[in-house]
Design a protein around this ligand. Structure first.
Ligand SMILES: [Zn+2]
Length: 300
């Protein structure tokens, strides 16, 4: 009820999935879905030195690589408080050693489809990105007592939400803030019997929408099924937004999958062990898909 009308990007992806399921031959040519030309045809590096005072670089790379480079330049720029152009030259000189950038790839073990940051990858790009993978995990909901969200928790949240969860906003969740839907009550810390950082009580909000929430213009309620009701303080209207990321419909907790169906303790323990076996098998499968390269360790 009251679900907000999804934006054009989300609508197009949704309709494409439906058509692909029922009548693949009717699919329109989709720029996101096209056969990717060989990397050699997608890259170009132009250097313009006509001016004595500055040099202009004109660089062409495949869109998904561009996304990675843009993220890296933005993070380096923010960490060193410099422009992206300065960050680029510092990176070329190897002068940046203190900055970590996390780009999340999501792989569906059943279909082998891989999703980077905010789009599904096509075949060639998929292989290229999988070769860059350094850490593997099977993400699931988790909670801890610290105020700060871990990389794994952030990856899970972005993977579920897909975009900022404010109505009508399509900014990618990958670069959004992780927002505690209900503010932590620092005046009454003793009243909180639940952990401070619980991914089931958090959502992705881009900086602008996060500011709107902080200023009290919108009131958010997160429901157990992952939907969010958003009430405008201005006119009192309530709309519902749904998660649209690659993990929006994934089963992310043992509780969701089995716990409700098993009553006896022994039965419960058995089911829990089976769930653990499934997740470790998923990791093994993911590693097999990865062509065995670049995998250092599996942090949990
Ligand atoms: Zn937003």
């Amino acid at each position: 009820p009251d679900q907000v009308i999804p934006g054009p990007v989300i609508l197009r992806r949704g309709v494409t999935t439906i058509v692909a399921t029922h009548q693949p031959t009717a699919l329109p040519v989709d720029p996101e879905d096209q056969e990717v030309p060989p990397p050699a045809l997608q890259t170009d590096f132009g250097i313009d030195t006509r001016n004595d005072d500055y040099t202009v670089f004109h660089i062409t790379v495949p869109a998904v690589d561009g996304r990675g480079v843009t993220r890296i330049l933005a993070v380096v720029g923010a960490a060193h408080d410099c422009s992206r152009a300065t960050a680029f030259t510092e990176l070329c000189h190897g002068a940046v050693e203190d900055v970590d950038v996390t780009l999340n790839c999501y792989r569906n073990i059943d279909t082998g489809q891989t999703y980077l940051e905010n789009r599904w990858l096509a075949g060639i790009a998929e292989e290229r990105w999988i070769r860059r993978v350094t850490h593997l995990t099977v993400p699931s909901h988790s909670a801890h007592d610290s105020r700060f969200i871990t990389d794994n928790q952030r990856a899970l949240l972005a993977g579920i939400d897909g975009t900022c969860r404010a109505p009508g906003c399509e900014n990618p969740a990958a670069t959004a803030d992780a927002d505690h839907v209900h503010r932590f009550d620092s005046d009454h810390p003793d009243n909180q019997d639940t952990p401070r950082t619980d991914t089931e009580k958090m959502q992705s909000l881009c900086r602008a929408c996060h500011n709107d929430k902080t200023r009290g213009l919108l009131d958010y309620t997160r429901h157990p099924d992952g939907t969010t009701s958003v009430t405008s303080i201005d006119d009192g209207h309530t709309v519902t937004t749904v998660p649209t990321g690659p993990m929006a419909r994934a089963i992310t907790t043992f509780d969701q999958s089995l716990a409700r169906r098993v009553a006896a303790r022994a039965e419960h323990e058995e089911a829990r062990q089976a769930w653990k076996a499934i997740t470790s098998m998923a990791l093994t499968l993911a590693r097999t898909y990865d062509g065995k390269r670049g995998v250092r360790d599996i942090p949990f």
